[in-house]
Write a protein that binds this ligand. Structure first.
Ligand code: PMP
Length: 331
């Protein structure tokens, strides 16, 4: 039967690009908004592409032994992708989750069979047999050095997506070419948020190699929407960083800002508002970073100089992982 697929790995990529015509008209946006719907990937996010690519690269480099343990630091989506492929390929997975990750991410990771660890596990402060409650927030995140030391101690492979070239490569090889094909080379502006920067950097690098005039807008959380001592209760946008406002030394290898032309700050509340508007206009159910990117894309698309241009917006995931957050809570 020629139409069958035989592995979830075959379901990664080839996601649809959807024209948000109704939404665009309602927003008085003179540009065409094209949404790259990455929640069509098998675990529901674009990070499936990077997870599969990094796993393949590690196997090819002989870094993973059959039945071995993979360790990753993640805001959730990369971990969920890795968890699915690890299950299917017979690896164990230990996850150090970033603080503030939504409950759905934790529950999905556990459902896929991953273990959720924190700094106490990394530093050996907690006995191996004891675990904290899976959705209890640790006092702090484990540092990269602590995670690396943990991997050495248990003989595990540290995937480290922030410095893993197979992360942006996945988007250079797949996301970029898909967008190029579906826009027939007529994408003018790319709008996205960034965590590791792998998606934006990889996609932008490919599209720029075909069209040096492509404009790239990097969207970042507004200062009011970041967890800081001044805003301890801020509602965050999961999985992303304020790339322009973080010292270069604290950024991942791919989250430099030199691949983007402009930066727009978006508040979490603005993302929520856009999420509800696009849901009503198009029936599209977006995750927070997608909605924030779309909010910024509308601002860009309203500028007179961008009338009639094609703006591609990356939609990393959908609203399913945000049902427990205030985003979709009934008022
Ligand atoms: N949005 C969401 C919801 C994510 O999970 C991530 C990945 N952390 C990003 C955006 C940013 O992706 P990247 O790490 O490729 O920059």
């Amino acid at each position: 039967m020629a139409g069958l697929v035989h592995s979830i790995e075959e379901l990664v990529g080839r996601t649809p690009l959807m024209a948000l015509d109704r939404f665009g008209r309602q927003q008085q946006c003179g540009a065409h908004l094209l949404a790259k719907l990455e929640f069509f990937n098998p675990t529901g996010s674009m990070k499936d592409r990077a997870a599969l690519s990094m796993l393949n690269a590690a196997e090819e480099a002989g870094l993973l032994k059959p039945g071995g343990t993979i360790v990753e630091q993640t805001s959730g989506n990369t971990g969920i992708g890795l968890a699915a492929f690890a299950a299917e390929r017979g690896y164990k997975l230990d996850i150090f989750l970033e603080r503030g990750a939504s409950l759905e991410r934790r529950l999905m990771l556990l459902a896929y069979g991953a273990r959720l660890l924190d700094y106490k596990d990394a530093t050996g402060e907690r006995p191996e047999t004891k675990r904290t409650h899976p959705w209890q927030e640790p006092e702090r995140e484990a540092t990269l050095d602590e995670i690396a030391a943990y991997c050495r101690r248990i003989g595990a492979y540290f995937n480290n997506q922030a410095a893993n070239p197979a992360n942006p490569e996945a988007h250079y090889r797949t996301t970029g070419p898909e967008i190029w094909q579906d826009t027939e080379g007529h994408g003018d502006i790319l709008v996205c948020m960034a965590g590791t920067g792998g998606t934006g950097f990889g996609t932008a690098s490919y599209l720029r190699s075909r069209n040096p005039n492509l404009q790239v807008v990097l969207v970042q959380p507004h200062p009011d929407s970041r967890l800081t001592p001044e805003h301890p209760d801020a509602q965050i946008i999961d999985g992303v960083l304020p790339a322009y406002d973080v010292p270069e030394s604290a950024l991942s290898d791919y989250l430099r800002t030199d691949w983007s032309d402009a930066c727009i700050n978006v508040r979490t509340e603005e993302a929520y508002e856009t999420a509800h508007e696009v849901l009503r206009a198009e029936g599209l159910f977006l995750g927070t970073s997608a909605a924030a990117a779309l909010h910024a894309a509308v601002q860009v698309g309203r500028r007179p100089e961008n009338q009639g241009k094609n703006i591609v917006v990356i939609v990393p995931d959908n609203g399913m992982k945000y049902l427990s957050t205030p985003m979709y809570r009934q008022k």
